[in-house]
Design a protein around this ligand. Structure first.
Ligand code: AHR
Length: 317
């Protein structure tokens, strides 16, 4: 397929590569807030490369929706073949995606979802099932407490939430809370956002420690916030993990899996960042005129001390 040259796209200096033959993709990444996000960016940049037939225009929005909207408008004016992006929060995309639709550019959502009534604004979504992750976390706690003969005990829980209004925050909260609602003894003392970062995780956890005398369980909606929360508890002289406050985390980055191995994190619900190859596969199928599924969920695991050794050594992120 011969493609028109794009107005502002760089021409590759790689010998023998004619950019007219490449599939151009504008990708707006929401930021670089976590180790997970860096792994996700790497996966996308590795998969959508020139050797694979792609010309990738990558933009980091630094957690701001307005930067993502600006980047998407830039991709539209460059007439890229596809726009892909990971929306920082779910609301507020209709206008800019309407512009992409009018320009005839297919849009692929990656990692997070959007809230819209107009399903024609995007072609498909690739990501993880965050409601299932939250539910798995609740179910794990249920079984853990039963194994300690505490199935009906009063349990004080605090929740470190991710970026409010993001798919990962909304889904994990809905999933975990649906299990918590079945347990009258589970008291969620407070849920507060720490924006998926280690520094805020430490700050919010330190605040919880000051406010609440007895915390039994910390649900931290990503590993980076968990690193901060664990540091805050250790600095306050509080035992964590298998010998103390139960720590439930999400993502499963290598540094966190090491803490699972050491019994510091009790359970880590995987959120798989390796989504680049899925995007490539979807675009190839669209190029061949095939239909693609609207929702494409990537595979995930649950990591505990019992199984973590099997996974940790191969982990590249
Ligand atoms: O949307 C996925 C979440 O975003 C990951 O859990 C988190 O680490 C990231 O920042």
């Amino acid at each position: 397929m011969v493609r028109p040259r794009l107005g502002n796209m760089p021409v590759s200096e790689d010998e023998g590569v004619d950019t007219e033959d490449l599939i151009s993709v504008g990708f707006s990444q929401l930021g670089s807030e976590s180790q997970w996000r860096s792994a996700n960016t790497k996966s996308i940049q590795k998969a959508l490369n020139i050797d694979n037939g792609f010309l990738l225009e990558f933009n980091n929005a630094r957690q701001k929706q307005e930067n993502q909207i600006k980047a998407i408008r830039g991709f539209i004016s460059q007439r890229v073949d596809y726009i892909a992006f990971s929306p920082v929060t779910e609301e507020g995309w209709d206008v800019v995606l309407g512009e992409a639709k009018d320009a005839g550019i297919p849009v692929i959502l990656v990692d997070r979802r959007i809230n819209t009534n107009d399903m024609s604004l995007y072609t498909c979504w690739i990501g993880t099932d965050t409601v299932a992750e939250g539910t798995r976390a609740g179910k794990w706690l249920e079984e853990y407490l039963a194994s300690k003969k505490k199935a009906n005990a009063m349990i004080n829980i605090v929740v470190l939430q991710g970026t409010l209004g993001s798919t990962a925050q909304l889904g994990r909260s809905v999933g975990f809370n649906s299990v918590a609602a079945m347990h009258p003894g589970w008291r969620i003392l407070e849920e507060a956002s720490a924006d998926f970062t280690a520094s805020k995780g430490k700050e919010v956890m330190a605040d919880f420690i000051k406010k609440y005398g007895k915390i039994d369980v910390v649900v931290s909606q990503n590993d980076d916030m968990t690193f901060g929360a664990v540091a805050a508890m250790q600095e306050a002289g509080i035992n964590v993990g298998e010998n103390g406050v139960v720590i439930i985390s999400f993502d499963g980055v290598k540094e966190a899996l090491k803490l699972v191995q050491q019994g510091i994190i009790n359970v880590d619900l995987e959120c798989n960042p390796e989504q680049g190859e899925y995007i490539v596969d979807i675009i190839h199928r669209l190029e061949n005129g095939e239909k693609v599924d609207r929702s494409n969920v990537v595979d995930e695991q649950v990591f505990t001390k019992d199984n973590v050794d099997r996974f940790i050594y191969d982990r590249s992120y």
